[in-house]
Write a protein of this length. Structure first.
Length: 475
């Protein structure tokens, strides 16, 4: 009788789960599969995660455990170093194989490398599968076989490739009886408390979100996706992050709906699918250039100084708290604090404000977002921050600097988003939200004045980048 470990990492579903399906098939009808999750053992704080994401993780594991029990399995929980815990489980169970879905991030890949060594030493099978992406790191390349560094040609090549169909749900599995398992993780295990109103976790909730989006908003996604006060996006980012739904499922479902839409609706559906492509573009960049987490993708900007604002020493803290005096920035940061999520346009506005108005290192914002976001995805977050800072692949040029006031006029024209997240501004006129106060007085009791003059800081940014570029040119 075969006994196989399936190691859950960021794939908390039983439908269209590549490695899980392979493990069940390899075990055969008389074999056993050990569904395993290994919880991290850090305490108190972590540079790359926080309470919102950990709470969503806990809820997703609870849902996964119930789904596995419904098909005859049982989720086994262990805590600690992944390699150490897997080796212990191999000893305990006599399992002859470990199946898992491949991780696109550098840390996950380093663990996989250690497991490759362990599996060879023990003479067991270590089977990794494609699951996080529709197309992995070596599938979408230029005609010369090199890595795309610009999104548009990558996107064209991505869409031109045949797409795999989603797999079926696992209907039945058997897990060895009597196995020792820790309880499901809770926030208190990491010394955390709930801090945000997060979406409902679990595979069923993710499918419902996809269904709701495709039943209506997808048809107008192209026009409404940037309107911050409109519920015009899919809200699937955290589901993709934890593998509650696969990109294959999303692609197949969107394509099936696309056929019934108007020409404009079909364009919107394709615009939505392009966001899946952006996700995979950033993942393949991080795979090939793991140094992106430490330095700028564009070598021109490596070593550039981010001086901050000497006259505003608490600028970063005020940005984090959403008390900058720029209503659109404050609304976005408060939405993040309250929900663990932020509209994509908000992410761009706040990131560019930190780097181009406050002149602070993009890595500060990158880490803060990772600690705050439910959907914190290392590759996408890094790509978005480097795009906004002007240092990344296919990034906005450094001289393209978003004006928070004009961004408000364009993407929150009636102030709905600002009023939702900045309650002290609910009775303020639209005009007051879209221009700095001309009389030097606060636009509402208790609300701060703008902490800087955007025009002045824009000029300072242009000078900082131009001087660094001149110094970096070889002589």
């Amino acid at each position: 009788m075969k006994r196989i470990i399936h190691w859950f990492r960021r794939d908390f579903r039983i439908t269209d789960n590549s490695a899980l399906a392979a493990a069940v098939a390899a075990a055969g009808p008389d074999g056993e599969v050990i569904p395993l999750y290994i919880a991290s053992d850090w305490k108190g704080s972590h540079e790359w995660t926080g309470s919102a994401r950990q709470e969503f993780l806990c809820g997703s594991l609870d849902s996964l455990g119930k789904n596995l029990e419904a098909i005859g399995g049982r989720l086994i929980i262990r805590r600690g170093d992944a390699v150490t815990e897997l080796e212990k489980l191999l000893e305990e169970t006599g399992a002859t194989a470990i199946f898992a879905n491949r991780d696109p991030d550098p840390f996950g890949r380093s663990v996989e490398a250690k497991l490759e060594v362990l599996s060879k030493e023990r003479g067991i099978e270590f089977s990794l599968h494609k699951d996080v992406c529709i197309h992995e790191q070596h599938e979408v390349l230029t005609g010369q076989g090199t890595v795309f560094r610009v999104f548009t040609p990558y996107s064209k090549a991505w869409f031109a490739l045949p797409k795999p169909a989603p797999g079926a749900a696992i209907k039945k599995m058997s897990t060895p009886s009597g196995m020792v398992s820790l309880p499901l993780p809770q926030l208190s295990d990491w010394g955390l408390v709930s801090s945000a109103s997060i979406p409902e976790p679990g595979e069923r909730a993710a499918r419902e979100r996809l269904k709701a989006f495709l039943a209506g908003p997808v048809a107008s996604y192209g026009d409404q996706r940037d309107l911050m006060g409109v519920n015009g996006t899919s809200h699937l980012s955290q589901d993709l992050r934890f593998g509650l739904i696969s990109p294959r499922q999303i692609y197949a479902a969107a394509k099936s709906v696309e056929e019934s839409l108007s020409p404009e609706g079909r364009k919107s559906a394709m615009k939505f699918l392009a966001e899946i492509v952006w996700r995979e573009f950033y993942m393949q960049l991080l795979w090939h250039y793991p140094e992106l987490l430490e330095q700028e993708f564009n070598s021109t900007w490596r070593g550039m100084k981010w001086p901050g604002l000497a006259e505003v020493p608490d600028a970063f803290e005020r940005w984090c708290a959403g008390v900058t005096g720029f209503p659109i920035v404050d609304a976005a940061m408060r939405q993040l604090s309250a929900t663990g999520w932020m509209h994509n346009r908000s992410r761009m506005i706040t990131a560019m404000f930190l780097t181009k108005d406050l002149h602070l290192d993009w890595r500060l914002g990158e880490a803060f977002f990772m600690r705050s976001l439910v959907d914190g995805e290392i590759a996408s977050n890094n790509g978005g921050w480097q795009w906004s800072a002007g240092t990344g692949a296919d990034a906005a040029p450094y001289f393209r600097i978003q004006n928070p006031w004009s961004q408000t006029k364009r993407y929150d024209p009636v102030g709905a988003y600002i009023r939702e997240w900045v309650p002290e501004l609910r009775n303020v006129s639209n005009a007051s939200l879209m221009e700095p106060p001309s009389d030097g007085r606060s636009i509402a009791p208790g609300y701060p004045l703008p902490m800087l003059d955007h025009s002045t800081e824009r000029d300072r940014t242009l000078d900082l980048f131009a001087r660094h570029k001149a110094q970096s040119v070889p002589r």
